[in-house]
Design a protein around this ligand. Structure first.
Ligand code: NI
Length: 136
C-alpha cells in the first residue's frame, strides 16, 4: 500500500532565459519576456511529493517536519531571493527554465529522502504554468 505525502513550499527568484550563442532577436523570439536582459522575477510554488509505505510504528510515510526542514535548508536557502543566472552555480551553464529548475531541485532533494521512498517535484513558475519531474 503506497501513500503520497506532499509539502508545499514557496520562493521568489529572478532569472533570464537566453543563449549567448543566439542573437537578441532569436532569444526574444524563443524566450519572449523571459529573455529580458535586465532579468525579471517569478513567485515559484514548489510541491514535493514523497511516496512510500506507511511505517507501522509511526503511521508516517515520512516525517513532515523533516521534509519541511529539508526543503527549507536545501532548496529555499539556495534559491529564495536569488538571481538564478548569477548566484546559483548550477545555472551558470544551464538555462534556468522551470524544467531545469525542477531537475535541479529533485537532484538536490533526492539524497535527503529515504531511499525506499520515491520522490516527485512539481514546480509552478506562474499560477498556470507548471512542470513535474520524478527522476526518470
Ligand atoms: Ni521568466
Amino acid at each position: 500500500m503506497k501513500v503520497t505525502v506532499s509539502r508545499h513550499a514557496h520562493f521568489n527568484a529572478a532569472h533570464r532565459l537566453y543563449r549567448s550563442d543566439w542573437s537578441d532577436a532569436k532569444n526574444n523570439e524563443v524566450f519572449g519576456k523571459c529573455s529580458n536582459p535586465n532579468f525579471h522575477g517569478h513567485n515559484y510554488e514548489l510541491i514535493v511529493h514523497v511516496t512510500g509505505e506507511i511505517d507501522p510504528e509511526t503511521g508516517f510515510v515520512m516525517d513532515m517536519k523533516l521534509l519541511k526542514n529539508t526543503i527549507k535548508e536545501h532548496v529555499e536557502e539556495a534559491l529564495d531571493h536569488k538571481n538564478l543566472n548569477i548566484e546559483v552555480p548550477f545555472f551558470k551553464t544551464v538555462n534556468p527554465t522551470a524544467e531545469n529548475m525542477a531537475v535541479m531541485i529533485w537532484d538536490t532533494l533526492r539524497p535527503h529522502i529515504p531511499s525506499s521512498n520515491s520522490l516527485s517535484v512539481t514546480l509552478y513558475e506562474t499560477p498556470r504554468n507548471y512542470v513535474q519531474y520524478s527522476g526518470e
